[in-house]
Unconditional design. Structure first.
Length: 93
């Protein structure tokens, strides 16, 4: 496997990255950049009528930390899936 070490490193980073979001973000005072910009501009959040399967990085029915981790895993899987499909399509051309 040509990319074995890189793949292991990416998976390891994906596994430990929720630690930042769950534990360290509050400790260092991190806030979502778009939320900070909206607050600075005095914009208010309004309900948008679209169905998100994982609203606000959560899974309905689970505690917030578990929902956050699961939505991160799902998001990473979607990104990796799209990247994989794009790499397969680009190799055929």
């Amino acid at each position: 496997m040509k990319y074995g070490k890189a793949l292991v490193a990416i998976i390891a980073l994906a596994i430990v990255s929720p630690i930042f979001g769950v534990v360290l973000a509050d400790a260092v005072g991190y806030h979502e950049p778009l939320d900070v910009a909206a607050e600075t501009l005095g914009l208010k959040e309004e309900d948008i009528e679209w169905g998100s399967p994982l609203p606000d990085y959560s899974v309905p029915g689970l505690d917030p930390v578990t929902g956050y981790i699961i939505s991160g895993i799902v998001g990473a899987a979607v990104v990796f899936g799209i990247a994989y499909l794009l790499s397969r399509v680009s190799k055929k051309e």
